[in-house]
Design a protein around this ligand. Structure first.
Ligand code: AMP
Length: 175
Protein backbone atom coordinates (compact mmCIF):
# COMPACT_ATOMS: atom_id res chain seq x y z
CA UNK A 1 0.00 0.00 0.00
CA UNK A 2 1.35 3.45 -0.92
CA UNK A 3 1.30 6.65 1.14
CA UNK A 4 -0.80 8.17 -1.65
CA UNK A 5 -3.46 5.47 -1.23
CA UNK A 6 -3.67 6.15 2.50
CA UNK A 7 -3.80 9.89 1.85
CA UNK A 8 -6.61 9.47 -0.68
CA UNK A 9 -8.64 7.48 1.86
CA UNK A 10 -8.86 10.55 4.15
CA UNK A 11 -12.01 12.53 3.33
CA UNK A 12 -11.77 16.33 3.15
CA UNK A 13 -14.81 18.24 4.42
CA UNK A 14 -14.66 21.96 3.55
CA UNK A 15 -15.96 24.49 6.09
CA UNK A 16 -16.42 21.99 8.96
CA UNK A 17 -16.97 22.64 11.84
CA UNK A 18 -16.78 26.27 10.74
CA UNK A 19 -16.06 28.30 7.63
CA UNK A 20 -12.47 28.22 6.39
CA UNK A 21 -11.51 24.89 8.04
CA UNK A 22 -10.63 21.98 5.77
CA UNK A 23 -11.59 19.11 8.07
CA UNK A 24 -9.66 15.87 7.53
CA UNK A 25 -12.10 13.06 8.24
CA UNK A 26 -9.97 10.05 9.20
CA UNK A 27 -13.00 7.78 9.65
CA UNK A 28 -12.95 7.01 5.93
CA UNK A 29 -9.39 5.69 6.30
CA UNK A 30 -10.13 3.71 9.46
CA UNK A 31 -13.23 1.98 8.05
CA UNK A 32 -11.14 0.04 5.49
CA UNK A 33 -9.70 -3.04 7.22
CA UNK A 34 -6.59 -3.16 5.01
CA UNK A 35 -5.82 0.53 5.42
CA UNK A 36 -6.47 0.50 9.19
CA UNK A 37 -4.14 -2.44 9.67
CA UNK A 38 -1.48 -0.87 7.46
CA UNK A 39 -1.54 2.47 9.30
CA UNK A 40 -1.24 0.72 12.63
CA UNK A 41 1.59 -1.47 11.49
CA UNK A 42 3.55 1.48 9.98
CA UNK A 43 3.31 3.54 13.16
CA UNK A 44 4.05 0.62 15.47
CA UNK A 45 7.13 -0.30 13.41
CA UNK A 46 8.46 3.24 13.76
CA UNK A 47 8.38 3.03 17.57
CA UNK A 48 9.00 -0.68 18.20
CA UNK A 49 12.60 -0.49 19.42
CA UNK A 50 12.37 2.53 21.70
CA UNK A 51 11.18 0.81 24.86
CA UNK A 52 7.85 2.65 24.97
CA UNK A 53 6.09 1.75 28.25
CA UNK A 54 2.96 3.93 27.94
CA UNK A 55 0.97 5.28 25.00
CA UNK A 56 -0.91 8.45 25.92
CA UNK A 57 -3.91 9.09 23.65
CA UNK A 58 -5.64 12.47 23.38
CA UNK A 59 -9.46 12.53 23.51
CA UNK A 60 -11.14 11.51 21.41
CA UNK A 61 -9.76 10.52 18.03
CA UNK A 62 -6.37 9.88 19.61
CA UNK A 63 -7.94 6.90 21.38
CA UNK A 64 -8.66 5.04 18.15
CA UNK A 65 -5.14 4.25 16.98
CA UNK A 66 -3.60 5.01 20.40
CA UNK A 67 -5.08 2.01 22.18
CA UNK A 68 -4.25 -0.38 19.34
CA UNK A 69 -0.71 1.03 19.24
CA UNK A 70 -0.33 0.37 22.96
CA UNK A 71 -1.33 -3.25 22.37
CA UNK A 72 1.15 -3.66 19.51
CA UNK A 73 3.98 -2.02 21.48
CA UNK A 74 3.22 -4.05 24.64
CA UNK A 75 2.69 -0.77 26.45
CA UNK A 76 -0.05 0.51 28.75
CA UNK A 77 -2.66 3.00 27.50
CA UNK A 78 -3.35 6.32 29.25
CA UNK A 79 -6.20 8.67 28.24
CA UNK A 80 -5.83 12.45 28.28
CA UNK A 81 -9.36 13.80 28.51
CA UNK A 82 -11.41 16.97 28.30
CA UNK A 83 -12.32 18.62 31.64
CA UNK A 84 -14.56 16.82 34.09
CA UNK A 85 -14.39 13.36 32.50
CA UNK A 86 -11.71 11.63 34.59
CA UNK A 87 -13.04 10.37 37.94
CA UNK A 88 -9.92 10.44 40.18
CA UNK A 89 -7.39 13.23 40.99
CA UNK A 90 -6.07 14.98 37.89
CA UNK A 91 -3.42 17.39 36.67
CA UNK A 92 -4.98 20.08 34.48
CA UNK A 93 -3.35 22.03 31.63
CA UNK A 94 -4.97 24.96 29.88
CA UNK A 95 -4.16 25.99 26.34
CA UNK A 96 -5.19 28.79 23.99
CA UNK A 97 -7.62 28.31 21.14
CA UNK A 98 -8.23 30.71 18.28
CA UNK A 99 -10.95 32.28 20.46
CA UNK A 100 -10.66 31.63 24.20
CA UNK A 101 -9.05 28.63 25.87
CA UNK A 102 -9.61 24.98 26.74
CA UNK A 103 -7.98 22.46 29.04
CA UNK A 104 -6.97 18.81 29.22
CA UNK A 105 -6.59 16.44 32.17
CA UNK A 106 -4.66 13.32 33.13
CA UNK A 107 -4.93 11.17 36.27
CA UNK A 108 -2.16 12.01 38.76
CA UNK A 109 -1.27 8.30 39.09
CA UNK A 110 -1.18 7.64 35.33
CA UNK A 111 2.61 7.74 34.80
CA UNK A 112 5.96 7.27 36.60
CA UNK A 113 9.08 9.32 35.92
CA UNK A 114 10.79 6.20 34.49
CA UNK A 115 8.10 5.73 31.82
CA UNK A 116 8.99 6.08 28.16
CA UNK A 117 5.94 7.82 26.73
CA UNK A 118 4.49 7.97 23.24
CA UNK A 119 1.84 10.69 22.94
CA UNK A 120 -0.53 10.02 20.03
CA UNK A 121 -3.24 12.08 18.38
CA UNK A 122 -4.96 11.63 15.04
CA UNK A 123 -3.93 15.00 13.64
CA UNK A 124 -1.51 17.89 14.18
CA UNK A 125 -2.97 21.29 13.26
CA UNK A 126 -1.70 24.35 15.19
CA UNK A 127 -0.03 22.26 17.93
CA UNK A 128 -1.91 23.74 20.91
CA UNK A 129 -3.50 20.45 21.94
CA UNK A 130 -0.36 18.35 21.81
CA UNK A 131 1.65 21.04 23.60
CA UNK A 132 -0.77 20.81 26.52
CA UNK A 133 -0.40 17.01 26.46
CA UNK A 134 3.43 17.27 26.56
CA UNK A 135 3.17 19.62 29.56
CA UNK A 136 0.88 17.17 31.36
CA UNK A 137 3.31 14.28 30.80
CA UNK A 138 6.20 16.45 32.03
CA UNK A 139 4.41 16.99 35.38
CA UNK A 140 5.37 13.39 36.26
CA UNK A 141 9.08 14.06 35.69
CA UNK A 142 9.04 11.90 32.55
CA UNK A 143 12.03 12.75 30.34
CA UNK A 144 11.65 10.31 27.44
CA UNK A 145 8.70 11.60 25.43
CA UNK A 146 7.85 10.94 21.77
CA UNK A 147 4.97 12.46 19.80
CA UNK A 148 3.14 10.84 16.90
CA UNK A 149 0.30 11.82 14.58
CA UNK A 150 -1.47 9.91 11.87
CA UNK A 151 -1.87 13.17 9.89
CA UNK A 152 0.11 16.43 9.97
CA UNK A 153 -1.14 19.66 8.37
CA UNK A 154 2.29 21.11 7.60
CA UNK A 155 1.00 24.50 6.46
CA UNK A 156 -0.18 25.29 10.01
CA UNK A 157 3.39 24.81 11.33
CA UNK A 158 2.19 23.13 14.52
CA UNK A 159 5.50 21.24 14.71
CA UNK A 160 7.30 24.51 15.46
CA UNK A 161 5.26 24.89 18.65
CA UNK A 162 6.37 21.54 20.05
CA UNK A 163 9.49 21.56 22.26
CA UNK A 164 12.59 20.75 20.17
CA UNK A 165 13.61 18.08 22.72
CA UNK A 166 10.58 16.00 21.77
CA UNK A 167 10.91 13.89 18.59
CA UNK A 168 7.82 14.26 16.37
CA UNK A 169 6.85 11.87 13.59
CA UNK A 170 3.72 11.75 11.41
CA UNK A 171 2.73 9.11 8.88
CA UNK A 172 0.81 11.35 6.45
CA UNK A 173 1.60 14.96 5.55
CA UNK A 174 -0.58 17.58 3.83
CA UNK A 175 1.36 20.58 2.47
P1 AMP B 1 -4.40 21.72 17.17
O1 AMP B 1 -4.43 21.88 18.67
O2 AMP B 1 -4.70 22.98 16.45
O3 AMP B 1 -3.11 21.07 16.71
O4 AMP B 1 -5.59 20.77 16.80
C1 AMP B 1 -5.46 19.41 16.90
C2 AMP B 1 -6.73 18.74 17.36
O5 AMP B 1 -7.89 19.27 16.72
C3 AMP B 1 -6.68 17.26 17.02
O6 AMP B 1 -7.18 16.53 18.12
C4 AMP B 1 -7.55 17.12 15.79
O7 AMP B 1 -8.38 15.98 15.88
C5 AMP B 1 -8.41 18.38 15.72
N1 AMP B 1 -8.29 19.11 14.42
C6 AMP B 1 -7.80 20.35 14.26
N2 AMP B 1 -7.86 20.74 12.97
C7 AMP B 1 -8.39 19.70 12.30
C8 AMP B 1 -8.68 19.47 10.90
N3 AMP B 1 -8.45 20.39 9.96
N4 AMP B 1 -9.20 18.27 10.56
C9 AMP B 1 -9.44 17.33 11.50
N5 AMP B 1 -9.19 17.49 12.82
C10 AMP B 1 -8.67 18.65 13.23
Amino acid sequence: MTTEEIKNSIRNIPDFPKEGIQFKDVSTAFKDKHIFRHILSEIATHYENLGITKVVGIESRGFILGSSLAGKLHAGFIPIRKPGKLPADTYVQSYDLEYGSDSLEIHTDALDREDVVLIHDDLLATGGTVNAAVELVRRFGVTKIYVNFFVELEFLEGRDRISSEVPVWSLIHFQ
